[in-house]
Write a protein that binds this ligand. Structure first.
Ligand code: URA
Length: 150
């Protein structure tokens, strides 16, 4: 399972996650890593686009997580969740503001699943020097999910 931050303009228009520029970039990188994105459940912490692309607010994160995301996780029952960016990680774990660069790639065991935090794809798209680390985290998360297959 992959959890991003929030829908962007294209996602909001099409009512589908990861169809905009950052989403297309993510799918391209998954392909490069030989990960079939159609086998992943991909969603966001926040289900509506925040106005003017601002960061989601704590109450919005809490509301969407409690009402929708927890239900999605209960249905999908992922072994591994890859979170994209600090907002997704904070939404899922409540972890205090810590730079994503110090948390990425380090697995966190919660309840019945393992979280593998990584960068947000829009950031990696702008900062290509981070691409190898991003690929490494995606491959690692995929590897863990295969390893713990039932
Ligand atoms: N597209 C999404 O739906 N979510 C993100 O976090 C990034 C791109």
């Amino acid at each position: 399972m992959i959890i991003g931050e929030a829908p962007g303009q294209q996602e909001d228009k099409q009512s589908k996650p990861f169809v905009g520029k950052a989403g297309q970039f993510l799918i391209k990188v998954l392909n490069q890593c030989d990960i079939d994105h159609t086998q992943l459940f991909m969603t966001n912490i926040i289900k509506c686009r925040p106005p003017d692309n601002r960061n989601p607010q704590p109450l919005e994160i809490k509301t969407c997580t409690k009402l929708l995301l927890e239900e999605q996780i209960a249905i999908v029952q992922p072994r591994v969740i890859c979170t994209l960016g600090i907002i997704a990680l904070q939404g899922l774990t409540g972890i205090k503001k810590t730079p994503i660069s110090s948390l990425r790639g380090k697995p966190i065991k919660i309840e019945n699943f393992i979280i593998v935090p990584t960068f947000h794809p829009a950031y990696v798209n702008r900062t290509r020097s981070k691409l190898p680390l991003f690929q490494q985290d995606l491959v690692f998360a995929h590897h863990l999910a295969q390893k713990y297959k039932l």
